[in-house]
Design a protein around this ligand. Sequence first.
Ligand SMILES: [Fe+2]
Length: 374
Amino acid sequence: MPRITEARGQADGLVLRWDNGAESSFPWFWLRDHGQDPESLDPATLQRRVDTFALDEDISGKESKVLDEGRALAVTWLDDSGVESRYSADFLAAMSGFSSEEPGERPDLAPRLWSAARKLPAIEPVPHAEIGDGSAGLRRALQQLQRDGFVVVEGAPTDEASARALFGHFGYIRETIFGGLWSLSAELHDHEDTAYTTQYLEPHTDSTYCHDAPGLQCFLCQEFDGKGGESVLVDGFALAEELRAEQPEMFQVLSEVSVPGRYIEPGVHLRSEHPAIRIDDKGRLRQVSFNNYDRAPFLLEPARMKAFYRAYKDLHSRIVARDNWLTIPLGPGMALIFDNWRLLHGRLGYSGKRVFCGCYHNHEDYESALRTLA
Ligand SMILES: [Fe+2]
């Protein structure tokens, strides 16, 4: 990270010169609001202690000093508060756009996108015995999840208590209409959903009908005596990036049009809407939502509707292209954990008896596990 070489106070703020040759400007009010000294910011929780709304909007700095060979900055104020605000150069550099985020703020800095055009990832199962709180195995599993969007665990006990314990390492188990830890088998008729059949399931993301779709989805194969039923994974982020490069107008349509999803069974009627491709204000991919089974009706004006269907079909053709699939046969004792905001998942049709259990985690809890392990 660059260091500060000079701080120059001006009427409206402070200009910093950096050893990478760049300059950046910070308004006085912003600087007073963002002090990192203990009077301004709780050092443990990083919660703001500054009363933003009590500050004079015309507050101005009195003196600024570059400290620690450009690694830090101190500012005093003309308001007689006696406060000396402190800042690390790393923080100010990040805020200047030299890195995309405040240090540690965004854990998924380097996902390795995969597809037929790039390269499909190797499946490197992590042994169940190596996974425990704070263990090297858990760290490896989380790193694989962040990098490839999924991880396989092998040698897991197949009872429910052990499944709960395993999945609990990745976040707390989320309660949904399917329960916390749910069971999945064609023999069960708990829910009238395509997942509870033996037929081929086209790759999709789960819970397009939730305002906050689960971030991680976990499966554990408890029993399988039959043929077929391989799990299929597709990297939605890779396909979205390929669409953005090859068909930018289609990418734009899919990032703008909200697609409603719904789930209906006796006593339940869930509904939400998301663009198929959600990007943040910097254009970075945040979430892919695609489930044609659960799509609810919506109508746009004719030209826009046509553009949507064309783009949606293009994305679909990439999703069902088998070259883009990673196919994983899951046998008893194998668990699959994947990012439901990034990957789509499906299943090949099967015959015989297949019993799975699984659960969901929130994306922020998964991200929290990544940050705290980092
Ligand atoms: Fe699913």
